[in-house]
Design a protein around this ligand. Structure first.
Ligand code: RAT
Ligand code: ZN
Length: 420
């Protein structure tokens, strides 16, 4: 190690922070779409203010009937949320603070608190312009969407061959209906011409596999994805286990793609809140253990929603190299949890983890979700390097770049076997 390549102690943290702030990111799970998907791509001020994270927070301050809220136009809903969360009270929550970060980084005058001015500034942009600008500001280079062939609007885009045009966007085939609502899946599959029936016959399995195979190829899907309730058990004598063992794993293996499971949701705890009414739920990590053990050649991307499951899941990743832990999901995507989880993940796994995904639903959210996460992850990493430096281990700028590139980008692609 030469004097020239070693970083002086006083500069170490600043160097890590600078590199963490600018390292290009692959966002491996979002609900964003390429511009070709038209109305499915949400962006703009009213979409930002009516993000379901903010809807549930605004109801903390309101006794309005849920139906009344849903009957309002999007703009009226946004006005109400602005009033409740930004004017009547201070926007200290992660999601509310994130909205302010977005406005600021887009060059708006935060001190004016003038929603009309903000609206005007957004209205001047085209979708394409905003997508380019946001990706540039956020430093996000590649975005993985969440894609569902049962969605009629989305299906048309793929069938017209427009889903793969924008090379910055990648597909993930979402299979929730097949696993969690088989009767609906049967109807959808039949309508698309697949010869399935409710009972678990050989032909049904074959046709379900054909459906997945055809759609993986059509979308060039990077992985299969599902969100599971917290009471997901595997193996079990139930539909889910049969679907996983006889349809999903065989197809993933044939196509050499990972299976992503997001475990620990309790859907519609308060149905009146719609999408904002879902809860988290503690899960049994042994389901993941059983999958990883039974299918050592199958890769699993796993995230869990309950804080209580995080440490055990991270320990499990030490035991199974076919398990990649990813992201701080949903209610865990807050400053304190990202800090805690990143710290023990690095302590248990080194840099062999995907520390964050954004889960954005509205395009500009990329700005705040990544800026906030980059800062925390950079800080935790700096702590670790400082400790090494105290023992005489010199870390170079190139090594810091290598590590951040792994965390924000390359670990995902390497796990997929598709180095970018
Ligand atoms: O984070 C979210 O916005 C949730 O509503 C869900 O979409 C979750 O991320 C999921 O993918 O199921
Ligand atoms: Zn999601």
């Amino acid at each position: 190690m030469t004097e020239a390549t070693a970083i002086r102690k006083a500069e170490l943290r600043e160097t890590v922070q600078r590199l963490a702030a600018s390292m290009p990111v692959t966002d491996m799970h979002t609900h964003l779409y390429a511009p070709e998907f038209g109305e499915l791509l949400l962006w703009g001020i009213d979409e930002l203010l009516t993000y379901h994270y903010l809807i549930s927070e605004s109801f903390r301050w309101s006794d309005q009937e849920y139906e009344k809220f849903w009957s309002l136009s999007k703009r009226e809903q946004a006005d109400q949320i602005w009033q409740a969360l930004f004017l009547d009270h201070s926007p200290v929550s992660e999601a509310a603070n994130g909205f302010i970060t977005i406005l600021d980084r887009l060059g708006m005058d935060i001190s004016s608190r003038n929603l009309d001015d903000y609206r005007k500034a957004f209205a001047e942009k085209s979708t394409e312009e905003q997508v380019d600008a946001v990706m540039q500001i956020a430093g996000v280079e590649k975005i993985v969407m969440t894609n569902d062939p049962f969605d009629a609007v989305e299906r048309k885009v793929w069938e017209a061959g427009n889903g793969k045009k924008d090379k910055r966007f990648f597909a993930a085939l979402r299979v929730d209906t097949l696993l969690n609502d088989w009767p609906t899946a049967v109807k959808e599959l039949q309508a698309l011409g697949y010869g399935v029936e409710t009972s678990w016959t050989d032909r049904t399995k074959e046709e379900a596999r054909r459906f997945l195979n055809e759609w993986i190829v059509r979308m060039d899907a990077l992985y299969l994805a599902v969100s599971m309730p917290g009471d997901f058990v595997y193996p079990a004598e139930d539909h889910r286990s049969k679907m996983i063992d006889e349809v999903m794993i065989p197809v993933c293996q044939e196509r050499s793609i990972p299976f992503a499971l997001m475990i620990g949701v309790r859907r519609r705890v308060n149905p009146g809140l719609s999408l904002a009414g879902d809860m988290s739920m503690r899960s049994d990590v042994s389901a993941v253990e059983a999958l990883c053990r039974r299918y050592p050649d199958q890769k699993f991307l796993i995230t869990m929603l309950a804080r209580e499951n995080q440490h055990e899941l991270t320990v499990l990743a030490r035991k199974f190299r076919n398990l990649m832990v990813f992201g701080c999901w949903w209610f865990l995507h807050i400053e304190s949890m990202v800090e805690e989880m990143t710290r023990f993940r690095l302590e248990l796994l080194g840099t062999a983890v995907i520390p964050q995904h954004s889960d954005c639903r509205v395009f500009e959210q990329l700005i705040y979700k990544w800026e906030h996460s980059r800062r925390i992850i950079g800080n935790v990493l700096a702590d670790k390097y400082e400790r090494l430096q105290d023992s005489g281990w010199q870390v170079t700028e190139d090594e810091i770049k290598r590590d951040l590139n792994d965390l924000f980008h390359q670990n995902f692609w390497r796990f997929l076997g598709r180095n970018q």
